[in-house]
Design a protein around this ligand. Structure first.
Ligand code: ZN
Length: 266
């Protein structure tokens, strides 16, 4: 009897493992790329050096075969990019120290576009997240929270996207786009223990912010952030998997990000 029980137990464990493997829906779902192209017109902060891209070689070389190679350069915080805690926390971690399990995981997407289209300076509030939870359930522990302000649809039109065409400090003063209320940042960290937060504007603090409290709160708690996210209109409210893999630049406070979500087919 004892032997039979051991056999059943082992069989069950093995069976579970096999079932787990064969049940993974790797081929049943869709990858959605939430990354904008990096190019010379890519939106950067008004005081930043923008993305430059040059041809080093292109064409048939003197040995008779085709060869191409290019040069690129930019500041860290433009286009679809990743913010490491070091961005606003003196002893915070830099990009290369963020582990894969910290930039991958279960995601939720909260849509505040209706309010943000009425008011460009809209701050997503604790109430917005509570309202979302009433409809879709509690935000899971260690979730990657994406905020859809709808401003992604203005990408490519910097005046509509950021509120200004001016560069330098004058441009910074005229930035108008929505962001995350610092109070909500605090709530997401303390009450929901989130892993990361991202949105479809140039900054997680709204354009008119001067103190950048949302950045400071999240990064002092070692939470990471993504900015200038593309195509959030294609992302469901919950039940998707996020991969947010930044370029691994040692010591950096931010880096270009290839952001994607896997949406399983139900
Ligand atoms: Zn940034």
């Amino acid at each position: 009897m004892k032997n039979i029980l051991i056999f059943i137990t082992l069989f069950t464990i093995a069976g579970c493992n096999l079932d787990f493997g064969s049940d993974m829906p790797w081929d049943k779902g869709t990858w959605v790329d939430l990354t904008w192209d990096f190019e010379e017109s890519t939106t950067y902060w008004p005081t930043n050096i923008t993305f430059s891209h040059d041809t080093v070689s292109y064409g048939i070389n003197d040995k008779g075969y085709f060869y191409s190679s290019f040069f690129y350069a930019a500041e860290e915080h433009g286009g679809t990019h990743f913010d490491a805690p070091l961005h606003f926390a003196e002893n915070g971690r830099s990009i290369e120290q963020i582990l894969p399990e910290e930039f991958t995981g279960e995601g939720v997407c909260v849509d505040v576009s209706e309010n943000a289209f009425i008011n460009r300076d809209y701050l997503a509030s604790v109430n917005d997240f509570k309202k979302w939870e009433k409809q879709y359930g509690r935000i899971p522990d260690r979730a990657i929270v994406l905020l859809r302000t709808g401003f992604g649809k203005f990408w490519g039109d910097p005046l509509k996207y950021t509120g200004t065409l001016k560069q330098g400090p004058q441009g910074v003063a005229e930035l108008h786009f929505p962001g995350l209320d610092p109070e909500a940042a605090e709530w997401l960290v303390k009450e929901r223990n989130i892993k990361a937060f991202g949105l479809d504007t140039p900054s997680i603090d709204r354009g008119q912010s001067t103190e950048f409290m949302t950045h400071r709160i999240l990064f002092s708690h070692d939470v990471t952030a993504y900015e200038n996210i593309a195509h959030l209109e294609l992302v469901p409210p919950r039940d998707f998997y996020v991969v947010a893999a930044p370029m691994k630049i040692k010591g950096d406070s931010g880096a270009p990000l290839r952001l994607m979500v896997w949406i399983p087919k139900k």
